[in-house]
Every structure is written in structure tokens, then in C-alpha cells.
Ligand binder design. Structure first.
Ligand code: GRF
Length: 206
């Protein structure tokens, strides 16, 4: 069974989607830890209500030391780290020890509307301002850059002319709740491999 840690900074609805998919039997994995970089977030309450071990690592206090703390907690304990709305940037030894073992969900079709400073509602404001006709979400492996690692799954949603950023955010979030469990399942079943920038299905010609 795949052992995972889920890192959150907010409401944790993506964490909830993972929990629900474990409970339904879709995912064969166990959540060993939930880590937040902020106090008082609802994601931690969701974890506690399921008796999952939780850790608060205050990013204001720890600054760039947060990656070292995450490594100290998770080294040797989990197979995969899932960033589910986690806002701190990971760096250093953590990325080496967990090379190709950290994934992130981003609420746009990468490489649009991603990178430094692109998070939360801002992503959707920019998409609407630009006038794109579709947006969506991307699950990708984490490397040294921001939102720059190989893409595992993308889901597309239509952008309507009457959409507010909030409307688009909600429509994309629904797809995030599908995409993130799907990506975890592919990894847990060892169904994908990374070749350069590409994530390929093992044994399938794409
Ligand atoms: C999601 O849109 C995620 O993609 C983004 O932050 C939001 C977090 O949602 N990076 P939640 O905390 O999982 O509800």
C-alpha cells in the first residue's frame, strides 16, 4: 500500500477528495501525515477528524527552513508527498531525497497562468482577464522550479463569458478533486514513468 503525506495551506478540499477516494476503495493508500504551513486551517481539522497525524510548520517562523523540517518528519516514512493547495515553495535536500516522489495540483492548464505568485483566485482572475476559452487543472511532479515539473494529468473546463473568477475557481476545483486522486492512483499502481519532460503510461504506446 502506498504511504502518502498530504501538505495543505487552506481548506483542504483536495485532501478531502483523497480521503473520500481511500474510503471508497478507489485508492489503495494510507495518509501517514498531513502537514500545514499555517495555523488554524480547515485542512488540519479534516485530518484530525479522521485521526490522521497532523503537523503545523509555521512558514512565517521557519521561512526557507520549512523544507528541512518536512524532510525530518517524512524521511523514510512515506512513498509520496502530495501538495494539495500547499503554498510554501519546497527546496534543497527534500527535493533530492524525494526526487519524482512529490506531486502538486495547480488550478490552471500549465504552462498558462502558473509560476511565482500565481496561486489561489489570482490564477482564475488572470485567465478571465486574458480571455481564454478553456482553463482547468494540472497535476505534475515537483522539481526545483515553480509549477515546472513533468505533467501527469490535466483536466479541461470551459470558461463562460459571464464567469467571475470565483465561478471559474469552483468549476476548476471540481476537476481538481477528480484529477488528484487519479494521479495518485497511477503512481500507486506504478502505471506511469517519467521520460524527460514527459510522463508516459508504462506498457502503452501514446
Ligand atoms: C486549489 O485550487 C489548489 O489547486 C490550489 O489551492 C486550492 C486549494 O484548495 N493550489 P483546497 O485547500 O484543497 O480546498
Amino acid at each position: 500500500m502506498l504511504k502518502i503525506a498530504v501538505l495543505v495551506s487552506g481548506s483542504g478540499s483536495n485532501l478531502q477528495a483523497i480521503i473520500d477516494n481511500i474510503e471508497s476503495g478507489y485508492l489503495n493508500c494510507s495518509i501517514e501525515a498531513v502537514i500545514s504551513d499555517k495555523k488554524g486551517v480547515y485542512g488540519i481539522e479534516r485530518a484530525k477528524s479522521k485521526d490522521i497525524k497532523t503537523y503545523i510548520l509555521d512558514r512565517k517562523q521557519l521561512g526557507s527552513g520549512i523544507s528541512g523540517e518536512i524532510l525530518r518528519i517524512l524521511d523514510g516514512k512515506v512513498d509520496l508527498i502530495v501538495l494539495a493547495g500547499f503554498l510554501s515553495i519546497l527546496q534543497g535536500e527534500l527535493l533530492q531525497v524525494f526526487k519524482d516522489k512529490i506531486i502538486n495540483i495547480h488550478p490552471s492548464l500549465i504552462p498558462s497562468f502558473c509560476g511565482g505568485g500565481m496561486y489561489g483566485i489570482k490564477v482564475h482572475e488572470k485567465a478571465i482577464e486574458y480571455g481564454v476559452k478553456v482553463s482547468g487543472c494540472s497535476v505534475h511532479f515537483v522539481d526545483e522550479g515553480t509549477d515546472s515539473g513533468p505533467i501527469i494529468i490535466q483536466k479541461v473546463v470551459d470558461v463562460c463569458s459571464t464567469d467571475s473568477a470565483k465561478d471559474l475557481q469552483l468549476r476548476v476545483l471540481e476537476q481538481e478533486h477528480i484529477a488528484l486522486p487519479e494521479a495518485i492512483k497511477l503512481i500507486s499502481e506504478e502505471a506511469i514513468k517519467i521520460e524527460g519532460r514527459k510522463v508516459l503510461a508504462i506498457g502503452k504506446v501514446e
